[in-house]
Design a protein around this ligand. Structure first.
Ligand SMILES: *[C@@H]1O[C@H](CO)[C@@H](O)[C@H](O)[C@H]1NC(C)=O
Ligand SMILES: *[C@@H]1O[C@H](CO)[C@@H](O)[C@H](O)[C@H]1NC(C)=O
Ligand SMILES: *[C@@H]1O[C@H](CO)[C@@H](O)[C@H](O)[C@H]1NC(C)=O
Ligand SMILES: *[C@@H]1O[C@H](CO)[C@@H](O)[C@H](O)[C@H]1NC(C)=O
Ligand SMILES: *[C@@H]1O[C@H](CO)[C@@H](O)[C@H](O)[C@H]1NC(C)=O
Length: 393
């Protein structure tokens, strides 16, 4: 009898030890908006009485085939330690109560990267039967971004146009609806010749009655967003395009006028500059003149040294006459510049100084020569002078 009881007790122990863990996540799929703080629930039961070690693990697996499975965290009982992988560090935590069979995963600020399958798994020492794991899908939803409303085509009487509406983001993809209010902001029946499809409101043969405010609402299962547009249908002659054309023409004409005026001013200025340049050239010419005269002077001196017997030498008085005649002419020309140029005067006075010096020298020569030749040469000189003067003139 005792043997039987013992055997039964052993049997019971073995039976209760085997295949008694069940892990369960209530829903196959959870939907949350991007950025939310979420909890993925997980419960478990085990028939093992006072198991020595229990390990809870959560992991994530992307939907793609052969996607690698990422460990999120591991919790060890009875030590109570939770290891969180670096990818989820600071973002994941475990809401765990082993006695009550709870091991919920908490994720904060979920992103599109969390759009995955999550698995909750239990490892219980001495209890490896039953269903030790369950999975669920986390669907991350994205609210539609504020849509952009646009007009395609020309808003003129009789034209066909499209009003387009599109959100850049949104998951699941948003649906779009167009609503119209008239110019008094009263809701009105849809324009009869229109088709609203996929965010494009096509208006055919538009008229004044098509004008008004149009609102597009972009909606998905978590949120909606709106954009507005004002449609003003114009008669063909008065549309914005031709107004812009007229304004453009006027502006172009103005620009041409300004360019012409500017060119005229430029030409006047240039002519002024050319005159200035010419003045400069002549100025240089006069600058050199004293040097030429200086050379002449040297020649004169040589000639006077050669002595009174040289027939080619004209009397200095006569030469001076010539010289003064030339000077006079030059001076007349120069007077023009004197009016304009003040610095020229300086140089000119310089020149006059030199000429005066030169005259002094000559005067000395004259007197000397006059004394030497007075008797012999006076008659001859007179005779020679006459024909030469003619030639010089
Ligand atoms: C999510 O949790 C973080 C802290 O982990 C907090 O700063 C944030 O405000 C929470 N966001 C929402 C939407 O509750
Ligand atoms: C999340 O995953 C589901 C299923 O794989 C997919 O249909 C959905 O487009 C994904 N969402 C985003 C925002 O990628
Ligand atoms: C309006 O949209 C339809 C369909 O997308 C297209 O065939 C048509 O060319 C568009 N009209 C204009 C004026 O853009
Ligand atoms: C366009 O509408 C006007 C009235 O607004 C009508 O007289 C004309 O026949 C229409 N044209 C077409 C091509 O439907
Ligand atoms: C559209 O207009 C409505 C009122 O007419 C306004 O409440 C809403 O903010 C506007 N939306 C945008 C995107 O301008």
């Amino acid at each position: 009898m005792e043997r039987w009881t013992f055997a039964l007790a052993i049997l019971c122990l073995v039976w209760s030890d085997g295949g008694a863990v069940t892990v369960e996540i209530p829903q196959p799929q959870y939907e949350f908006a991007r950025g939310d703080n979420i909890t993925l629930p997980c419960t478990f039961k085990t028939t093992k009485v006072n198991p020595a070690v229990i390990v809870v693990t959560w992991s994530a697996e992307a939907a793609e085939v052969d996607a690698e499975e990422n460990q999120v965290l591991s919790h060890f009982w009875p030590s109570g330690q939770t290891d969180i992988t670096s990818k989820y560090e600071g973002r994941a935590s475990l809401d765990v109560d082993i006695k009550r069979g709870r091991a919920n995963l908490k994720l904060s600020s979920i992103t599109l990267d969390d759009n995955k399958s999550f698995e909750c798994r239990l490892l219980i020492q001495g209890d490896d039967e039953g269903t030790p794991a369950d999975t669920t899908r986390l669907v991350v939803l994205v609210a539609p971004s504020t849509p952009i409303c646009k007009i395609q085509g020309t808003a003129e009487y009789g034209q066909n146009i499209n009003l387009t509406c599109r959100s850049e983001e949104g998951s699941p993809p948003p649906t779009y609806t167009w609503k119209s209010v008239d110019t008094q902001s009263m809701p009105r029946a849809p324009y009869p010749r229109s088709v609203d499809k996929g965010g494009i409101l096509s208006l055919f043969n538009i008229s004044k009655e098509s004008s008004g405010y149009y609102t597009c609402t972009s909606t998905n299962k978590i949120r909606s967003a709106q954009c507005n547009i004002t449609l003003s249908v114009m008669p063909p002659s008065m549309n914005i395009g031709s107004t812009a054309g007229i304004i453009g023409g006027v502006v172009a004409a103005l620009i041409v006028l300004i360019v012409i005026i500017y060119c005229c001013c430029c030409r006047k200025k240039k002519e002024g500059e050319e005159e200035y340049a010419m003045g400069k050239v002549e100025d240089e010419y006069h600058d050199k003149e004293p040097n030429t005269n200086g050379g002449g002077r040297r020649a004169d001196e040589e000639e006077s040294v050669r002595g009174p017997d040289d027939d080619r030498v004209r009397s200095p008085v006569e030469r001076r006459d010539d010289y003064e005649e030339r000077s006079e002419r030059d001076y007349d020309r120069r007077r023009d510049y004197d009016d304009r140029r003040s610095d020229y005067d300086d140089r000119r006075s310089d020149y006059t100084d030199r000429r005066e010096r030169y005259d002094d020298d000559r005067h000395y020569d004259d007197e000397r020569r006059y004394d030497d030749r007075r008797d012999r040469r006076y008659e001859d000189d007179d005779r020679e002078r006459a024909p030469r003067r003619d030639y010089d003139d």
